[in-house]
Ligand binder design. Sequence first.
Ligand code: GDD
Ligand code: MG
Length: 366
Amino acid sequence: MKAVVLVGGEGTRLRPLTSTTPKPLLPIAGRPLVERQLLWLAAHGVDEVVLSLGYLPDAFVEHFPGNEFASMRLIYAVEQEPLGTAGAIRFAAEQAGIEERFVVCNGDVLTTLDLRAFVEFHLEHGAAATIHLSQVVDPSALGVVPTYDDGEVKAFIEKPAAGTAPSNWINAGTYVLEPEVLERIPPALATSIERETFPRLLEDRGRLYALATDDYWLDVGTPEKYLEAHADVLGGRIGSSPVPDAREEAPGVWVQGDVDLASEASLEAPVLIGEGVAVAAGARVAGSAIGAGSSVGPDAVVDRSVLLTGVRLARGALVRESILGIDAVVEEGASVLDFSIVGAGANVPAGTTLTGDRVPVAAPAG
Ligand code: GDD
Ligand code: MG
């Protein structure tokens, strides 16, 4: 079975992390989001994946040398202009010569959906397209999909105004499509599958179905969700070990490779400590992932946060519910709080406090 994975978006809500790294290549507990998704596809029998690219495409090509991952063939379809979700699917299918039934995934989703059972449901209903649904508390930032009892879709309402959604079952961003759906998408035009293709499919009865499941599901689109994804992966809600090369040194304390952890440092599960990380005496790391080569200075605190690689926290720094980009530095006594994001190489000066702030990527030296 072939799959198209949509990874061409700019990841605007995760800037400035996504200024330098496309969202699907951001690590979730030490492993890029797209790798987690590709492993899920491979585990359900997908053998060829078309990566639908637009934003920072070279980063993907460099990340997957040899056009292969998890024994699946990888094909790159690079758009010159963003084609929207439907335009991107049609373009990717044409580039890869897809003429049969195939799977599509939004490239920012983590799920444990049983893809084989999902395809089975699609076949049983003779649908042209089938959408995976997940239930959420607030559907206003998602696509809302009310259905009839047998799963036939009644309506597709993308991003309804708060309080107006007729259901809290939402489009979870995995589809099975028959090739006839491709013919309904205009070629080389920006088109949205959510706002145009699916609503138009509903003009004929019996073509669009949805399967609602209670599998694990998360759209990793915002800083809050990025941190939630870490908590879930580290908490064992998706698989037992967050990354295959991590060892569990105490319950929920995962360590990769050689590290330098002071005996007077406190590690509170769940945590993932990457290769080459140093944690100094008096420091406290709780519910967080510390990327390879980072250092946590004396008496510094990292709480429910993510440090990408090579981050440096000086003495007494405090990072809470925030994300620090590659090689970011937090100077002595500075605080980074409440869903702040510090861009790659940026510096948070001593004594400052960031609350829900975004610090841009450092300008290149010279
Ligand atoms: N190639 C390509 N070209 N990819 C694109 C484009 C494009 O023009 N636009 C968006 N994408 C990719 C993004 O990279 C992402 O992986 C996926 O399409 C969905 O885009 P998002 O920007 O993340 O959309 P969303 O989260 O607001 O809403 C979508 O996902 C929700 C579930 O995760 C919709 O499909 C909603 O209906 C859905 O509920
Ligand atoms: Mg999304």
